[in-house]
Design a protein around this ligand. Structure first.
Ligand SMILES: [Zn+2]
Length: 730
């Protein structure tokens, strides 16, 4: 999902076999696999009819669903659990409603425009009718009125390796769209719309210690989680939607029925969700992504080299991209395709080729902003008008939503419990793709009504993430279940911007190529699987060949602030001191004039202070009047110490000193032949998590260098003030 910037950051923003007996034995590979071929757990065959109400609004859904579910765990399973997401919009007593107050991403619910879903029938295929055994449960809170999760006990446990086939009938009403799904006018975005089975997690999966269903209620601040499967969905829609439909997967057939309705069939294998849309106004444009046209041989070579992989593992594949766009945005068709092709290219080169045969991009109408900026497998919603009154940035939203094909579409982390693994990783990857494709001036976010997408000056940092991150007061660590954050701002800032800063800081700490290998390895290892945060940490440690627990503990699992400052600097000439000295048995006085002439060297004290609670091996640079430099490189924290290696660039002399992690300050002493001019912490701008950059340097003399440092400090000071001003408004 994209966060929206309204009023300031309310977010910124198959084959499916159904057999007669329903249950059968089928021993298959264990749940954790060595390769990354998809594990097919939950496959759906759905036939649904979309009907108008008396006002010609596309609100009614009537569906039949055949679910084939595979117990590939070692556990006998006594009950099934399902999501009924649309009941989040049923009344003011749903958990979603209570948490959101009927608002999401700046969009408001319209009273009277409720949405809901009923399961009318649920039976084992050719067997027991389970309908009367359905009961609502609320695993996340004490809200007995929430109806977004059901449980169905099984008379016979489903043994390891068995499959169960279920037949369901359901009726639903779409809400007026304000939170991803619903209708507006004759437009409909049909998402989270069918009874959907939860994820059975056995011991060890996502690091859990006891096996259980993972089937969370629908919350205001959270997205989704599901198993992979094959989808075969046919939608029957009123005649006005003929040729004006888009969906997950590939269109297999179109059939005009006797009553004038039209039935469309779409299929997609190896995905974990299915969404679709209709709007009689859509312009439908299809263009091919051609790997050998859109990717230069030099780019294949470059990424083959940087990732250390053979070129055939880097090469991308051809497939077709379909855009359903509002006619008034016709002039932006090329920009949408260019953005999609850039996303396909860079995510593909970096993390691995896009494996599906289609990608569908939807441009919801102006009044249906709630449906824009959302991701489903092979199907994304963009939205040129996703910020009302502004008509820009299809690039950002298209690249971001496409990015979710990788972070959560294929690497299917649990968005309820670990939102940083999808939104945050995608914030990091999106900014990188945008900057690579559109140049370094691209800052993909809006601030106070100003689009920073294309600034006339080069921005040296991911400032957008800094600005948003530093605005926040962090009451929760990044690794917090989405619905348990202190408030919506803490959810958004942690899941998106703060993770972006953490990932960019990690990249600058490890180096770009090593980080690229980390991300490639993590994606490939966990494609079509469900990683937990710890799996990412372990991938980083393995690829980087070092233990980075100190980094993740502080910046992902805790709320510690990182801020170092240059607290004091003193540089004085040595060699002589004034006063009375004993020389050759006599007393001699050294006076002020002599001292001034005789100094041969300088003694310099630099006091660094750790202002925040977090520690970090921050580099240090000292510049002297004669142009000499001393560079201090810290090692990774070890044994409660950060060891510094100093090097005098003129003499080549090297020496070590250390700073105990628990100590708030450290004085470093230097003896040099020239007076100190400037001390700078983090001269390479690596530590983007440093909350205050204005205290990172001190200049002793009025020099050009000092002025430069002060200028950039002033810019930061200005940005930080701006930030506080915004905080006041928000
Ligand atoms: Zn997103």
């Amino acid at each position: 999902m994209v966060i929206n910037h309204h009023g300031l950051l309310h977010g910124f923003v198959v084959g499916l076999a159904v057999i007669s007996t329903g249950v059968w034995i089928c021993r298959q590979a264990p749940r954790v696999r060595a390769d990354n071929t998809p594990q097919i757990i939950a496959s759906y065959k759905i036939g649904v009819e979309l009907k108008f109400d008396e006002k010609q609004r596309p609100v009614h859904l009537e569906g039949r669903e055949q679910l084939l579910w595979f117990n590939n765990s070692p556990d006998p399973i006594n009950e099934l659990q399902f999501h009924l997401y649309l009941n989040a919009f049923k009344n003011e007593k749903s958990t979603f409603f209570k948490e959101s107050g009927g608002q999401l991403r700046g969009e408001s619910f319209q009273p009277g425009e409720w949405g809901w879903i009923d399961v009318n029938e649920l039976r084992i295929a050719g067997g027991e009718d389970l309908t009367s055994k359905i009961e609502f449960i609320h695993p996340d809170d004490d809200n007995a009125d929430d109806q977004t999760v059901i449980r169905v006990p099984l008379a016979q446990p489903l043994d390891p390796g068995q499959k169960i086939s279920l037949d369901l009938k359901f009726t639903a009403r779409l809400p007026r769209v304000f939170a991803r799904t619903g209708y507006w006018g004759q437009f409909a975005l049909v998402g989270q719309w069918f009874p959907k089975i939860g994820v059975w997690e056995s011991t060890g999966e996502r690091r859990r210690t006891t096996p259980a269903w993972n089937c969370h209620q629908f919350h205001a601040n959270s997205e989704f989680y599901a198993d992979f499967g094959n989808y075969e969905v046919s939608m029957t829609v009123p005649a006005i939607y003929r040729g004006k439909i888009g969906a997950t997967g590939k269109l297999e057939s179109e059939q005009v029925n006797q009553d004038g309705t039209v039935t469309y069939k779409f299929n997609q294998a190896n995905v974990h969700d299915f969404a679709w849309t209709v709007d009689p106004h859509y312009l439908v444009v299809t263009r091919p992504f051609k790997a050998d046209q859109h990717v230069k041989p030099s780019e294949i070579e470059e990424w083959s080299r940087r990732l250390g992989l053979p070129q055939d593992q880097i090469r991308l594949r051809d497939f077709s991209v379909t855009l359903l766009i509002q006619p008034e945005h016709r002039s932006q068709i090329d920009r949408h395709f260019a953005a999609a092709f850039n996303g396909i290219k860079y995510f593909g080169l970096w993390y691995g080729k896009y494996p599906y045969d289609t990608l569908t991009i939807v441009d919801p109408p102006y009044n249906a902003d709630g449906a824009s900026g959302m991701e489903y497998p092979t199907f994304i919603t963009a939205g040129t008008s996703w910020w009302p009154g502004h008509d820009q940035n299809p690039e950002e939203v298209v690249v971001h939503e496409f990015g979710h094909q990788y972070w959560q579409g294929m690497v299917a982390s649990n968005e309820f419990e670990e939102s940083w693994l999808d939104e945050g990783f995608n914030t990091y990857s999106t900014a990188k793709a945008l900057k690579t494709a559109y140049g370094p001036n691209v800052v993909p976010f809006n601030l106070l009504g100003v689009t920073w997408f294309d600034l006339p000056i080069e921005i040296p940092h991911p400032y957008e993430d800094r600005i948003l991150t530093l605005r926040g007061e962090f009451n929760d660590p990044i690794l917090t279940p989405a619905w348990k954050f202190y408030d919506v701002t803490n959810y958004f800032l942690n899941s998106y911007a703060r993770t972006g800063l953490v990932m960019n800081t990690l990249e600058r700490y490890l180096g770009e190529d090593l980080m690229a290998r980390v991300m490639r390895e993590y994606h490939q290892k966990w494609r079509y699987r469900h990683p937990a945060s710890q799996d990412f940490f372990e991938t980083v440690n393995a690829v980087a060949r070092q233990d980075l627990s100190w980094f993740f503990d502080q910046f992902v699992k805790e709320t510690k602030t990182l801020d170092y400052e240059v607290a004091k600097v003193e540089s004085r000439r040595t060699g002589t001191a004034i006063g009375i000295f004993d020389r050759d048995g006599e007393k001699a006085e050294v006076k002020e004039e002599r001292k001034a002439q005789s100094g041969q060297s300088y003694e310099t004290d630099v006091v660094l202070r750790r202002v925040g609670d977090a520690y970090f091996p921050v580099e240090l640079l000292l510049r002297f009047q004669d142009g000499n430099k001393i560079i201090a490189k810290p090692a990774a924290p070890r044994d409660a110490l950060i060891e510094y290696q100093f090097e005098d660039t003129r003499t080549g002399r090297k020496w070590n000193d250390s700073w105990a992690i628990k100590d708030r300050w450290k004085k470093f002493k230097f003896t040099t032949t020239s007076e100190l001019q400037l001390v700078q912490l983090d001269p390479g701008d690596k530590v983007l998590l440093d909350a205050n950059l204005t205290n990172n340097s001190k200049a002793l003399a009025e020099t050009g260098l000092g002025a430069t440092v002060r200028w950039s400090s002033e810019m930061m000071f200005w940005l930080q003030n701006l930030l506080q001003a915004i905080g006041g408004l928000g």
